[in-house]
Design a binder for this molecule. Structure first.
Ligand code: SF4
Length: 310
């Protein structure tokens, strides 16, 4: 059984100028113990999807349809109380900004204890939990402002794993950290994942980081999943032109020519281009692309792409 399966998830936001579909009919699954990455430009719907999976979308946003299956539990139909109990115990999130995620006037140990108590678990072994995420003895007594960015992110990881969830969503967990600390935090995440035998959904836009960390990668564009493939396969032979251009835009030690970006801008979600949403920026676009939306289809074992010509 999959650790997490998303089926046809749709999330919209009501806007005075119309409805904005931020996540549009997205499906994918995570196997137990798998590391699955999700990349895409800002506004592609990655973080909205993370919030939707956690059932944390707030008005004017709403989940319009689809299923979120954690094991055999459908999170999309759980009551408010039941989903609150499931967060941390079954599925947990390491947030993007650890600076804002922690309570500035509570000692960090008390914040971990609070999370446990809130789920009816007697707080215990918090020192060991802190040690497991690489924090020195005595950290439990510190306030967030006494910790570095990397240490705060480790506290967030400690909170996320305190009830041993089967799925961890890490939403750009290292975006505010320097590269050295970034690697250390990712190593910690890898260690705790092995320890718990949990699946990880890593959200970000750093293809280099993804290449080093994940087993499979999903690529999002304008709220839709346009490609899924094992990481080695996607780097070796990207099937969707957007993925190809994302990979080509990475700086290379071998080719020290000018950096290559992706021309044009991501489209407005409330006014998507017809057919394939990528067609105004796609060098391979043809007439069919402007008229017909490509749906994700299996190209070969384990490789899916939403492109008419992949
Ligand atoms: Fe490009 Fe057409 Fe494929 Fe879209 S469907 S990615 S426009 S070739």
């Amino acid at each position: 059984m999959n650790a997490l399966r998303i089926e046809g998830l749709r999330v919209s936001f009501d806007h005075p100028l119309g409805v904005v579909r931020a996540v549009d009919d997205v499906s994918f699954a995570l196997r137990p113990n798998e590391r699955f990455g999700l990349v895409g430009e800002s506004g592609s719907g990655k973080s909205t999807m993370a919030l939707a999976i956690m059932r944390m979308i707030r008005p004017p946003g709403h989940i319009d349809g689809g299923d979120i299956l954690l094991g055999d539990t459908n999170l999309s139909t759980l009551s408010g109380d039941a989903i609150r109990r499931t967060r941390l115990a079954g599925i947990a999130m390491v947030p993007q900004g650890s600076m804002n995620a922690l309570n500035p006037v509570m000692r960090v140990g008390a914040q971990v204890a609070d999370a446990m108590r809130d789920h009816g678990v007697q707080p215990r072994d918090i020192d060991q939990l802190m040690a497991r995420v690489g924090l020195p003895a005595g950290t439990v007594e510190k306030y967030p402002h006494e910790l570095s960015g990397g240490m705060k992110q480790r506290v967030c990881i400690a909170i996320a794993i305190c009830l041993r969830p089967t799925v961890i969503i890490a939403d750009e967990p290292t975006s505010a950290l320097d590269v050295v600390v970034q690697r250390q935090v990712m190593r910690t995440l890898a260690v705790v994942q092995q320890d718990l035998n949990a699946a990880i959904l890593l959200i970000g836009h750093d293809m280099g980081l993804m290449a080093q960390f994940v087993d499979r990668l999903g690529v999002m564009y304008a709220g839709r999943l346009v490609e899924i493939a094992p990481i080695a396969e996607i780097v070796r032979k990207p099937r969707h032109p957007y993925t190809e251009m994302l990979i080509a835009s990475l700086p290379s030690m071998d080719h020290k020519d000018a950096l290559r970006g992706i021309p044009g801008l991501a489209p407005l979600l409330r006014d998507l281009p017809s057919g394939c949403a990528f067609h105004p920026r796609c060098p391979k676009a043809r007439d069919r692309c402007r008229a017909e939306r490509p749906l994700p289809r299996e190209i070969e074992g384990g490789v899916l792409a939403a492109c008419h010509f992949a």
